[in-house]
Design a protein around this ligand. Structure first.
Ligand SMILES: Cc1cc2nc3c(=O)[nH]c(=O)nc-3n(C[C@H](O)[C@H](O)[C@H](O)COP(=O)(O)OP(=O)(O)OC[C@H]3O[C@@H](n4cnc5c(N)ncnc54)[C@H](O)[C@@H]3O)c2cc1C
Length: 444
């Protein structure tokens, strides 16, 4: 029986472990932390359910639905409450609802009249020739500068905690580039591909009653009992003639060694070069694989009594365009999106601070971060007084950017795999960070 070692028990590692198990391989997953799931951690604290990493799983295609079904998770999945369809942006210090119909588009002040006319002109803009454009250039060329400032910029800080100037359209949104190249226009392409086989008629926004951590936990439940080794940090990997020799450190710093026929490394980019690689062909490419850019992010959870917040919180949350010069990237109305997130008569707000726009803010001390979030909410949501519940979770290296170097990283992984049979790489820095990309993660 082939002995396969998976390094990392985040969602990507667990998906590969499950596939290898299905393939009849003997699987061992080595995980440095004391729980599986990587960044997918959920906790119940003082009656609030907090997701420390991903808060929502956005599903657009049937394949992801089938993967969830295979894991027995479709019955557990909770759809977001219908009011989460409303989304807000900040414009001139006020929350503005984004339009979701033609009539609301016409009346909404989210763009000026000139900005709306420019957006509607998209089908008449010729397709570009530069496939290496940044997301900022792509959006402003196709939709106009105002749409970039008041839609693209806040949206990308919400998804990647990054600026559109730093992201590559080819790697961050290949589907949009494809629509432009195939149909000559994003809008025309969207209309034509609405009925594409496998595409859900309406995207679903999902989570689980015990939070996003249910996803990795359930995959672990489907694997043989002895396959997951927690508190086991891989420190050295040596390529030998017929197998791979791995040295690990456990929590009491005892070293263990084991050999495997093949291994799949699913570590975050910045942790790939923390391992000592011995006997690897083209070993210099490990540096290239480890160069993904990540910005620090603080997730700030504030719980209020319902009557302390004047805003109806009738939506998914709000995002802040950079032009607005505020100190937060955006806030999720967590207790509106999914039921069961806050005790009765309380509301939970989850706010993102830092990212590429303001990395220093993510590194402030706890009281300063709480104060700045509270002050922003007092102005934007008309909150009164202090939250009765407060917590901060910090991600010093949050999300790997799908930037112009992503192509080089994929190329480095391919060469390393070709030159070192039995070794494979996967993970959000190669396949993209969104959960559906991890669920469908392939070897590059
Ligand atoms: C704050 C935040 C919010 C997010 N929000 C969303 C969202 O709302 N929707 C969405 O779709 N996506 C979201 N994402 C992205 C998504 O959650 C991640 O891209 C995805 O979970 C990454 O999974 P992974 O398995 O590739 O990596 P990870 O989860 O990072 O797993 C890697 C694992 O490797 C382990 N490891 C590291 N070094 C070693 C070693 N030497 N030996 C053994 N093990 C090791 C780590 O402990 C970890 O468990 C968010 C991410 C973050 C950080």
């Amino acid at each position: 029986m082939t002995r396969t070692c998976i390094i990392g028990a985040g969602l990507t590692g667990l998906i590969h472990a499950w596939r290898a198990h299905q393939n009849g391989e003997r699987v061992t997953i080595l995980e440095a932390a004391s729980v599986p799931g990587g960044v997918l951690q959920s906790r119940r604290v003082e009656g609030y359910l907090l997701d420390y990493g991903a808060n929502t799983l956005s599903v657009r295609n049937q394949e992801v639905i089938e993967i969830l079904n295979t894991f027995g998770l479709l019955d557990r999945a909770m759809d977001a409450n219908p009011s989460a369809n409303n989304r807000f942006i900040v414009r001139q210090g006020k929350l503005i609802a984004l339009p979701h119909s033609l009539s609301s588009f016409i009346t909404s002040p989210f763009l000026s009249l000139a900005g709306k006319l420019r957006l509607l002109g998209e089908p008449f803009i010729p397709a570009g020739k530069n496939r290496d454009e940044s997301v900022a250039d792509f959006i402003s060329r196709r939709l106009g500068k105002e749409a970039l400032d008041y839609a693209g910029n806040p949206f990308l800080s919400g998804v990647y905690a990054a600026k559109p100037e730093s992201l590559s359209i080819r790697h961050a949104f290949p589907a949009l580039l494809e629509l432009e190249q195939t149909h000559g226009s994003i809008f025309k392409g969207m209309l034509k591909s609405r009925k594409k086989p496998g595409r859900l008629p309406k995207a679903r926004l999902l989570s689980f009653p015990d939070g996003m951590q249910e996803l990795p936990r359930q995959i672990v439940n489907l694997l043989p009992n002895d396959s997951l080794k927690l508190d086991t940090k891989v420190v050295q990997i040596e390529r030998l003639e017929k197998h791979w020799h791995i040295i690990t450190d456990n929590r009491s710093h005892d070293r263990e060694e084991e050999s495997y026929d093949q291994l799949i490394c699913t570590l975050p980019s910045h942790q790939v070069n923390e391992i000592e690689w011995l006997g690897l062909r083209e070993t210099q490419l490990i540096g290239q694989l480890s160069d993904a850019v990540h910005y620090p992010l603080a997730l700030v959870y504030h719980g209020y009594d319902r009557e302390q917040v004047s805003h109806p919180l009738n939506g998914f949350g709000f995002l802040v365009p950079e032009m607005e010069n505020r100190q937060i990237l955006g806030t999720l109305f967590s207790s509106t999106i999914f039921s069961g997130r806050a005790p009765e008569n309380k509301v939970l707000l989850t706010t993102f601070v830092g990212g590429e726009r303001q990395p220093d803010l993510a590194e402030l001390d706890d009281p300063s971060i709480h104060d700045l979030v509270q002050a922003e909410h007092a102005e934007l949501l008309e909150t009164n007084g202090s939250p009765s519940f407060r917590k901060i979770v910090r991600w010093p290296k949050a999300i790997p950017l799908p930037d112009h170097n992503m192509g080089k990283r994929k190329e480095a992984a391919k060469v390393l795999q070709n030159q070192n049979p039995g070794l494979r790489f996967s993970g959000s820095h190669l396949c993209g960070p969104a959960l559906p990309s991890c669920l469908q993660a392939d070897i590059v």
